[in-house]
Design a protein around this ligand. Sequence first.
Ligand code: LMR
Ligand code: MN
Length: 396
Amino acid sequence: MFNKIVEQNPASPRALYGKAQSLDVLAEQKRSNKFLEGAIDAYEQVLNISDITDALFKQVAERCINRLRFRGSYKRAIPIHKSVIMKFPDDINYQNELAVTYLTMNNFYEAKKVLYEILLKWPDDGFAMVNYGFILKRYDLDLKQAVKYLKKGISTRDPGVIDGRFYYHLGDALIRLGRSEEAMAVHIDGVKNKLFLSKYQRSLHNVDRLTGKPWWAKEDMPNAKFFDKLEQQWMTIRDEGISLLNTDGLFKSETEDLREVGDWKQFEIYARGVKNEKNCRRCPKTCQLIESFPDAIGCRRGQIKFSVVQPGTHVWPHCGPTNCRLRSHLGLKVPSGVFIRVANEIRSWEEGKFLIFDDSFEHEIWHNGTSTRLILIIDLWHPELTKQEKRTLSNV
Ligand code: LMR
Ligand code: MN
């Protein structure tokens, strides 16, 4: 019916809006991208009509941006953000939302520009402050300024500022600045606000009921046999790892800004449950050994990789993204003077032996020795997850 009305009245905002809404509902009912595209097109047409009321313009623009984000079409949402900002320049939310879209696109540069302008006009806006601080931390690596904005933003308690990402990076910046007592206070406040599972376990993508403890033993695991088998074959794995190391350029530097100093590189075999075929062919025996372990190769929230750390390296304390995996390390080349702290206990690796820990807990690595340390990292699903969860949890 709306199609018919639109045919006769192509410039009627109400008719076009009705068409858009109908397509929107159909898209949800049928889980259809085709209808969703149709809805978005129609919403955009409504916005292009000149004599539309402010109330309708807002409603349509907000829904259209919402649907474009859902569709992952961030770039296409930008002009809509801009037109609604132009029409309502005094509504801070529209400007903050533009920054959020830029952030989702990983366009830190544009996001920062938008937030900077917001803060000129509204210097006390908590949401703009935390996002600005987040960019200073993640993109500019300006820890001091990041702390200032994150702290002040969080203290406003404005909607959207009590968020694990802001708490995590505020705590992290404070740790790196040597302000560990302040960091601890942030972490404890994060626990109070249910953003973290505990002061040490600060992963943000969690299944709450899972047992959380820093260190695990082979015997705690339902698949202890798998670990035994790999320990028996550890020299085969080591030899493949070492020959990979001897070929230039195969290992890739860690890129997450986790090192204070030093050299830490990895060679990925599986990522998020997907096999890296090319890399697997370069270490076929290791790959074959791993393949008998469904909880590892199917772990969509983890990786399997060789990891090499050179003397003089310090990896800052950090937490993994999720409590749904455990991380196991098989020691392959372990000189003296290498350490890993998980929560409040420091251990070291042993050649041919597994260390198993939960990397959602804070952990930190030092290499104070004089020769290369090489391990194989195998992430596996937390043993308390159900089959259903292992099948359906998103990969983070
Ligand atoms: C980590 O997972 O953060 C580290 O344990 C990796 C490594 O190579 O020690
Ligand atoms: Mn780690």
